[in-house]
Design a protein around this ligand. Structure first.
Ligand code: AMP
Length: 433
């Protein structure tokens, strides 16, 4: 009996994997441009890390964690997000003991949440994100939000709205929480079971409820902006003004709280502005106490994360399925009989040793079907080796973009191929303009 993939997981194959790599490449390059270095933390962590950071009132901790006891009886959890692991690593490795604050790290890797699988929602998915730890400047928040926007720009995802809110400082939040509690207590009887629990543990969480009937009640709830302290309001205004100065328009959304308990101050999300069929493409926020809560010093930070699956979905939507990250071979070597195929094998070997990506046929096939294969594999050139070519010591090389055909002396191939490929890429760029 065949074994099915685990529900909510998906295989990423060939062209799709190429596009994933291309997206991840853009994320990586942009993160480096903004001064972030890579950090790779383990997929498994001790469960209390997430209870302390992501928070016991969050949906992630209450419903979605893959938690199990290992053979030594320790409770471990597959990371549902990456920030907590980065904080743990900063503490474990005393990375904070440096004069070079802020620490700036980016990450790419799989995360796990036991969610109901649907469009854009998986049980194993991938995140790219950054964390900047150790700066109190509002400019650090602006930098992170800008980096996220640049990632979307670089992927051609331009019809995006950036939602922003402030959860305020401790004083603002205390007052706001009390106001929310008072307001929702009056309506809680007709709200969902989750909201009933949230009212007791963390009324702010109610603002994140997606139940349509509850959304109507939420609309009438007190607004955080009326409870912000002068300091928190000043910080928020500075962030919004500076984002405008660097050309990023934001929409203030005073119900935006995000699904993780560790955020304080600025929170933000990136959404498509026409439809919102997969939810937020990415989001993040400022956290004042997170590092301290996992045993580190009192340094605040700001981070963002994108779901790579959602970037992929939106990328395909806006680029109408155009494969930008096609990664086919440079040459597809075609031989019609055993002798030609053997000769091609030695040529392929030489070409690969010289840095060219080469594919070839091992079985006898008609030229017609070999051309189909070469095109299907997105090969740039086909190299045809028939009886005439072998006799004359030549190769027939066909540009599969322009369909132009040339004859090249086999002995000259390394010299000629370099410029042929350069011309090919130049033509392609011209066509793309
Ligand atoms: P969060 O860590 O909840 O702030 O999520 C950050 C981003 O990760 C979201 O904006 C999504 O793009 C992505 N994401 C979160 N949960 C899932 C999921 N179950 N499947 C796919 N992507 C997800």
């Amino acid at each position: 009996m065949a074994i099915n993939p685990v529900k909510g997981t998906h295989d990423i194959i060939a062209d799709e994997a190429n596009t994933y790599s291309g997206i991840e490449y853009d994320c990586r390059i942009l993160a480096e441009l903004f001064g972030y270095s890579e950090i790779r933390t383990p997929i498994i962590e001790h469960t209390p890390l997430f209870l302390r950071s992501v928070g016991e009132s969050s949906d992630i901790v209450t419903k979605e964690m893959y938690t199990f006891d290992d053979k030594g009886g320790r409770s471990l959890t597959l990371r549902p997000e990456m920030t907590a692991g980065v904080m743990r690593s900063v503490v474990s490795n005393k990375l904070y003991a440096t004069n070079d604050l802020p620490l700036k790290y980016f990450y790419i890797g799989p995360c796990f949440r036991y969610e109901r699988p649907q469009a854009g929602r998986y049980r194993q998915f991938h995140q790219f994100g950054v964390e900047a730890i150790g700066s109190t400047s509002y400019l650090q928040d602006v930098e992170v939000i800008t980096l996220g926007k640049r990632v979307l720009d670089s992927l051609g995802i331009d019809k995006v709205k950036v939602l922003i809110n402030s959860l305020g400082d401790e004083e603002s939040r205390e007052n706001y929480r009390a106001a929310l509690k008072e307001y929702f207590s009056k309506h809680i009887d007709c709200m969902c079971e989750d909201c009933k629990r949230r009212l007791e543990v963390n009324p702010l969480r109610i603002l994140d409820c997606k139940v349509p009937e509850d959304r109507k009640i939420i609309e009438g709830a007190p607004k955080i902006h009326d409870y912000l302290s002068d300091v928190a309001r000043g910080h928020f205004d500075n962030v919004v003004d500076m984002l405008k100065k660097v050309g990023i328009d934001v929409e203030i959304d005073d119900t935006l709280v995000r699904g993780l308990d560790y955020y304080t101050g600025i929170v933000f999300e990136y959404h498509m502005n026409d439809s919102d069929d997969v939810g937020a493409i990415g989001g993040g926020g400022h956290y004042k106490n997170l590092l301290k809560e996992v045993g580190g010093p009192d340094l605040e930070g700001v981070g963002l994360s994108f779901g790579i699956e959602r970037l992929y979905y939106v990328y395909n939507k806006v680029n109408a399925g155009e494969e930008m990250f096609v990664n086919g071979p440079d040459f597809y070597l075609m031989g019609m009989d055993a002798h030609a195929i053997e000769l091609n094998f030695t040529l392929a070997n030489i070409l690969r040793m010289n840095g060219y990506a080469v594919e070839m046929n091992y079985e006898n096939k008609s030229f017609k079907s070999l051309f189909k294969i070469a095109e299907h594999k997105h090969s740039k050139f086909a190299i045809i080796v028939g009886e005439d070519e072998i006799r004359n010591g030549t190769l027939t090389v066909k540009n599969l973009n322009t369909q132009e055909q040339t004859t090249v002396k086999t002995d000259d191939m390394l010299l000629v191929f370099k410029s042929m490929l350069e011309d090919y890429m130049r033509d392609l760029r011209k066509e793309a303009k």
